[in-house]
Design a protein around this ligand. Sequence first.
Ligand code: TXA
Ligand code: MG
Length: 320
Amino acid sequence: MKKDPFINIEEAALLIKKGELVIFPTETVYGVGANALDPIAVSKIFELKERPHFDPLIVHISSLDTLKKLTKTEDARIKLLAEAFWPGPLTIVLPKSDLVPDIVTSGLGTVGIRMPDNKIALDLIEKSGCPIAAPSANKFGRLSPTKTSHITKQFPDFYSIIEGGETKVGIESTIITLNDDGFEILRHGIIHKDELEKIIPASKQKVIREKEIIISGMLKSHYSPNTPIYLKGETLPVDFKKDEAGLISFRGDDTEGYKYVKVLSQKSDLKEAAVNLFSALHILEESDCKYILAETVEEKGIGLAIMEKLKKASYQYKIK
Ligand code: TXA
Ligand code: MG
């Protein structure tokens, strides 16, 4: 009989304390976490995910006191952002303190920090007694998990998972960095530009990055299903047949003739569409369709985050 991969928060906290990995829910996607202050523990994340070491991790906290210890800044804007969006799906990239090991930040002088809006995640951080470094719990470059069946599919031999049901946001946190004149978005998410601008201004400049690094949030290809995926309106393979394809549809219009149809939001609500996006891609990836065809949405607000994922997912299959 197959071993039960699920554990409770107490067991998970003990594993984190011992320098082991745990997969746990957040409000965005499931993360695979380790004690952020223990470089050996963190190295196991890179190993499990087959993640290149140039790609820095996000550190999850449960209190602002920890933020002070992990960063080297007195920036008053952090408090405003934290009050407005934490706990929640916003990651802020800040100058790091010496406490944060280099492996977490891929040698950068900055660290991405967020306080997740999920009771299990917050309890786990509290009970572990340390900040938790955690990327999404998927193999590098593949689809992010929004429920535990997505995890057991990619990591059938991983036995330390906390069950937390389906995640409520469904796509990864918005990542921002703070320039002198305001914020700059590094990765789009559910918290979009207009919402951030209510708190602090958007930066007019592009940050001069301290090192030319490629970070996965910025890679062209990412979040990819194993089944070839194309965007509607772009060139399709010559042998493309609707009855062999799975359609990702926003509202459920124009769905005639496809083998499978996944509707992201009947009522055309982009927030709901974001929640359902990865899960729809997982279902089509697991199905016997030959291709996935995804409708596009206007690149505005949450539409920008959804299109960022779809463009990256389809990039490697794009017909040039
Ligand atoms: O919603 C989320 O953010 C999820 C959950 C688990 O919290 N985590 C997540 O982590 O999406 P991950 O590893 O899949 O994406 C982290 C990305 C990196 O690829 C990079 O783009 C950015 O965060 N990042 C982390 N630290 C950074 C830094 N110091 N400077 C710039 N970007 C950074
Ligand atoms: Mg990821």
